[in-house]
Design a protein around this ligand. Structure first.
Ligand code: IMP
Length: 193
């Protein structure tokens, strides 16, 4: 099994989740900063996988250790999968939920389905691979809850928004958690225990 893995991020929540899920494999997960990489490549891919690979390759080339990077976003059925890879750029900071509610205001209950999607790219000296995870839900009618970030206050899972879940509850069902569990299986299969 590999001993160390760099995650191409300095986001504390993403690091915590990756550390928890990969802990049984005995892998130490380093942040980009801890690994000494200082890169922020342009994410100009057309898919989550392309963007995740752009980030993973940049950090791998800088540090030469096995690296993962993730890219994620919200895909809304009634909007043909938008904002998708453009989720972060969909609206000015702090206005994403309000803009989405406005765009969805005439969409009926049974057409409000949506999914958070996440793709993780893994790269090491043997090449690269990608794994994905989904979290299915629906777009609500108002913003609720103060936990989480981004579109969480309008993303309904059952009768609560994602922003009304605790961090542990969210990690159990999140798209990123699902993709990380795929990564866990991939590493276990490739490198054994
Ligand atoms: P990134 O992959 O971390 O760059 O996230 C891209 C964008 O997708 C974020 O800026 C958010 O707007 C949205 N997003 C991704 N994951 C989540 C989530 O778990 N909750 C809410 N919004 C998310």
């Amino acid at each position: 099994m590999i001993k160390q893995l760099v995650m191409a991020t300095n986001n504390a929540n993403k690091l915590r989740e990756a550390r928890e899920i990969l802990a049984p494999l005995g892998i130490e997960v380093l942040s980009q900063r801890e690994a000494g990489a200082n890169c922020d490549p342009e994410e100009n891919g057309a898919t989550f996988a392309e963007n995740a690979l752009i980030k993973a390759k940049a950090v791998y080339e800088a540090v030469g250790l096995p690296t993962i990077a993730d890219d994620s976003g919200l895909c809304v059925d009634a909007m043909d999968g938008r904002p998708g890879v453009y989720s972060a750029r969909y609206a000015p900071e702090g206005q994403h939920c309000a803009k989405l509610l406005e765009e969805m205001k005439d969409v009926p209950e049974d057409k409000r389905g949506a999914a958070f999607r996440c793709t993780i790219a893994y790269i090491d000296e043997n090449g690269y691979d990608t794994m994905s995870g989904d979290c299915k839900g629906a777009i609500g009618y108002e913003q609720r809850g103060t936990n989480g970030f981004g579109y969480d206050p309008v993303f309904m899972v059952g009768d609560r928004t994602m922003a009304e879940l605790t961090a542990d509850e969210k990690n159990k069902i999140s798209h990123r958690g699902a993709a990380l569990r795929e990564l866990y299986s991939f590493l276990k299969e490739r490198y054994g225990d």
